[in-house]
Design a protein around this ligand. Structure first.
Ligand code: OSB
Ligand code: MG
Length: 372
């Protein structure tokens, strides 16, 4: 395939309710989609990708405007020069550009989708997924009060979500967790995510979470603190799970070797793409390290791709692949539905979802055309 043109669509989609993490509150989902056009022996093909970069460089160093710029100025020119571009070689072609993994992942997605559409394969078939449905967990933002936390989690349990993940930060941690266990008992899967809000000095405080039978604690310390996470893991009984720190298969290998993570949150965007994410899945499985599929509040496009990835056999814990309704009144694709605690893995060619042109237009705030 020869890449002939790219359109970057910058979107802003209202959220059903504000989403608060230890580092920011979002009221809209801002992102950009990549629409890539290719010439192939059988004619022109289009593939779509989604960048998980956020509006501000607070989760990682990447952010939307930076991602659109590096795509236009550095990544696209490299791919335009490749005559026989394949999904499997995108990462290799882009290897000299340091970092910018979310931007690379969005481009890789678009190439994957075009290649799969041409072959008439679903993403699940391509990856080798083994289940038709995946257990669906929900990520619950930090609420204003402990009462709100209990009410909101009660609603998600009522809806049937298979697992609850609660965001925590200093000042909103032990109390809400204790209240949720008190209200709903010990008999449901419950975990917390700190998004790097603590330091090792907080170890004694974090250890109090051991009383609540949590499935895991996600990324209590900083992105660079792999060794410090291994220290904390020795002090706590709650299993340690890394998100932000796992930026590549190499980082995953280090974290596993150091005992910093007994569970890994896999997010393809964070690691440079689905192919690198599959490597991490394989590496973790070989080490007996559980993985689950994270989320970055993706649209239906990204969620559909995530659902296929999460159908691989190493994904032994419910992930953050919730239904479209959890974040959006209206999604830009057909709705991703959570029913009976699961999400169905799409079966159509490519990612198996279609972008609605009318909704795309309505939520678009900027468009960049990139030509060869
Ligand atoms: O840490 O997993 C995270 C959203 C934005 C940035 C970081 C994270 C999250 C989530 C959302 O937890 C999970 C989802 O997409 O449902
Ligand atoms: Mg996380």
């Amino acid at each position: 395939m020869q890449l002939t043109g790219l359109t970057l669509h910058r979107l802003s989609i209202p959220l059903v309710t504000p989403f608060t993490t230890s580092f920011m509150t979002e009221t809209e989902k801002d992102c950009y989609l990549v629409e890539a056009r290719f010439d192939t022996p059988s004619g022109p093909v289009t593939g779509w990708g989604e960048s998980v970069a956020m509006i501000a460089p607070l989760y990682s160093e990447e952010y939307i405007d930076g991602g659109m710029a590096v795509t236009r100025d550095w990544l696209a020119p490299i791919l335009f020069d490749v005559e026989d571009l394949t999904a499997e070689t995108v990462g290799w072609h882009l290897r000299h550009v340091i970092g910018h993994r979310m931007s690379k992942s969005a481009l890789e997605m678009a190439v994957i989708e075009a290649q799969l559409k041409q072959a008439g394969l679903s993403f699940q078939q391509y990856l080798g997924g083994v289940v038709d449905t995946i257990p669906s967990g929900v990520s619950v933002g930090i609420q204003d009060t402990v009462e709100d936390t209990v009410r909101v989690i009660g609603e998600y349990l009522e809806e049937g979500y298979a697992r609850i993940k609660l965001k925590i930060k200093p000042g909103a941690d032990i109390e809400p967790v204790a209240a949720v266990r008190k209200a709903f008992g010990d008999d449901f899967l419950f975990q917390v995510d700190a998004n790097a809000a603590y330091t090792l000095v907080d170890a004694a405080h974090l250890k109090k979470l051991d009383d609540y039978g949590l499935l895991l604690i996600e990324q209590p310390l900083g992105e660079a603190d792999i060794r410090q996470h291994s220290e904390l893991a020795k002090l706590m009984d709650t299993p340690m799970c890394l998100d932000e720190s796992i930026v590549s298969a190499e980082a995953a290998a280090d974290a596993i070797a150091l005992g910093a993570t007994s569970v890994i949150n896999i997010k393809p965007g964070r690691v440079g793409g689905f192919i690198e994410a599959k490597r991490i899945h394989d590496l973790a499985s070989a080490h007996g390290v559980a993985v689950w599929h994270g989320g970055m509040v993706e649209t239906g496009l990204g969620r559909a791709a995530n659902a296929a990835m999460a159908s691989l056999p190493g994904f032994t814990l419910p992930g953050d692949v919730s239904g479209s309704k959890r974040f959006f009144h209206e999604d830009i694709t057909e709705e991703i539905v959570m029913h009976d605690g699961v999400v169905d893995v799409p079966t159509g060619p490519g990612f198996g979802v279609t972008i609605d042109p009318e909704k795309l237009r309505r939520f678009t705030t900027d468009t960049i055309e990139i030509t060869r």
